[in-house]
Design a protein around this ligand. Structure first.
Ligand SMILES: Nc1ncnc2c1ncn2[C@@H]1O[C@H](COP(=O)(O)OP(=O)(O)O)[C@@H](O)[C@H]1O
Ligand SMILES: [Mg+2]
Length: 318
C-alpha cells in the first residue's frame, strides 16, 4: 500500500478537526493550506490559523487586514479564518460581563479592570483556551464538514491542546469562589437558586468535556506533524509527538518537508546525503506513523497555484 493512501484518510467523513503542527518555519502553513485546499474539493472546509504570525494568509495570499476570507478558484472554495486568541478572550469577557461581574461581586467588590486582571493572571493561557473554545463552537455550529487548524509553533499548539485541563482548573477555581457565597445564601435564605453565573460555569464545563471528547477521539480529530530533516527539528518533533501520545491525541502522519534533490555538485550532494541519513533516522524514530517526504521547491509556497502544486505533491507522493 502506498504511503499516500493513509494520508488521504483525512478525508474520512467523520473526521472533522485536523491540527497541523510542528516547529516554527518547517512548513506548517504550507501543509495546512494544501491539506485544506484538497479537502475543500470534496467538503465544506474551513482553514483556521491560530499562529499570531498568521502565515496561512501569507501562503494563500488572502487580505492580511481581514480575519475571515473566502478563496474561490475554478469550481471550489475554501473559507479561512485568522483566529486571534486574545480577541476571542475579550469577546468572551464582553459576552459574559454581567455573569462575571456577578461571579466576583458575590464575594467581594471588583471593577472591570480587577476582573480583567484576575482572569488573565489566574490561569496562564486562558486566552488560547478561549481560542480553542471558538474552534469547538464553530465545529458545533455544523457549518463546516472539515476544519483544518494551522497551529502556532510547538509551545502554543500544546497549550491549545491541553486547554481542557486549564479550563477545567479555571472552572474549579470559580466554583470554589461561589461555594462560600452559596453557603451564606443557604444559611440566610434557607435555599440557593442558581443564577446566570452558575449557568456560565456550567456552559464552560460542558465546553471542556466536548473538547476533551473530540481531542481523544481518533475518529473526530487528528494531529498532522510537520518537520524538516534537521536534528534540532527532529528532537522537538519527537517531544511534541510524545506529548500528543501521552494525551491520547491521534497522530498518523509526519510530513518531512524541504528534502533537497541529489546533485553532481559536491556541496549539494553532501546536503542530499545528510538529509538521506536523517530521513532513515526519522523513519526509525517514528515507526508507527506514515512519513511523507516533501521536496524542496525552488519557489516559496505563496499563492493558490503554488499551494496546488504543493497539494499535488503531498497527496500523490508514493
Ligand atoms: N517544500 C518547500 N519548498 C520551498 N519552500 C517552502 C517549502 N515549504 C515551505 N516553504 C516556504 O518556507 C517558508 C516557511 O513555510 P511555512 O509553511 O510558512 O512554515 P511555518 O508555518 O511552519 O512557519 C515559507 O516562505 C514557505 O513558502
Ligand atoms: Mg505558519
Amino acid at each position: 500500500m502506498s504511503k499516500n493512501l493513509r494520508f488521504s484518510s483525512h478525508a474520512e467523513p467523520d473526521k472533522k478537526l485536523i491540527f497541523v503542527g510542528g516547529k516554527g518555519g518547517v512548513g506548517k502553513s504550507s501543509v495546512a493550506s494544501a491539506l485544506a485546499w484538497r479537502l475543500s474539493r470534496t467538503y465544506k472546509t474551513l482553514l483556521i490559523s491560530t499562529d499570531p504570525a498568521h502565515s496561512t494568509g501569507d501562503s494563500l495570499g488572502t487580505d492580511p487586514h481581514k480575519t475571515a476570507s473566502r478563496i474561490e478558484h475554478q469550481d471550489h472554495q475554501l473559507d479561512t479564518w485568522e483566529l486571534d486568541s486574545a480577541k476571542a478572550f475579550d469577546d468572551f469577557k464582553d459576552r459574559h460581563s454581567d455573569e462575571l461581574q456577578l461571579l466576583f461581586d458575590t464575594s467581594t467588590y471588583m471593577d472591570q479592570e480587577d476582573i480583567d486582571q484576575i482572569l488573565s493572571l489566574m490561569i496562564p493561557g486562558i486566552d488560547e483556551v478561549m481560542g480553542l473554545k471558538a474552534v469547538v463552537d464553530i465545529l458545533k455550529e455544523g457549518t463546516y464538514q472539515k476544519i483544518v487548524v494551522d497551529t502556532a509553533p510547538t509551545g502554543h499548539a500544546l497549550r491549545l491542546l491541553f486547554m481542557p485541563e486549564i479550563l477545567n482548573h479555571w472552572v474549579k477555581v470559580m466554583a470554589n469562589m461561589r461555594w462560600k457565597y452559596k453557603t451564606v445564601q443557604k444559611t440566610f435564605k434557607g435555599k440557593y437558586t442558581p443564577d446566570d453565573a452558575d449557568d456560565m460555569l456550567l456552559e464552560l464545563k460542558r465546553t471542556v468535556s466536548r473538547m476533551q471528547k473530540i481531542l481523544v477521539d481518533a475518529k473526530a480529530s487528528e494531529f498532522v506533524l510537520v518537520a524538516q530533516p534537521a536534528r534540532m527539528v527532529i528532537s522537538e518533533t519527537q517531544r511534541l509527538f510524545d506529548k500528543l501520545k501521552e494525551h491520547k491525541v491521534a497522530v498518523n502522519t509526519l510530513v518531512v518537508n524541504c528534502i533537497a534533490p541529489d546533485s553532481k555538485d559536491d556541496f549539494y550532494h553532501q546536503i542530499f546525503m545528510r538529509q538521506k541519513l536523517l530521513l532513515t533516522e526519522i523513519k526509525a524514530l517514528f515507526p508507527e506513523i506514515d512519513i511523507i517526504s516533501m521536496p524542496l521547491f525552488p519557489q516559496e509556497i505563496v499563492g493558490i497555484d503554488k499551494v496546488e502544486m504543493f497539494e499535488n505533491q503531498l497527496f500523490d507522493y508514493s
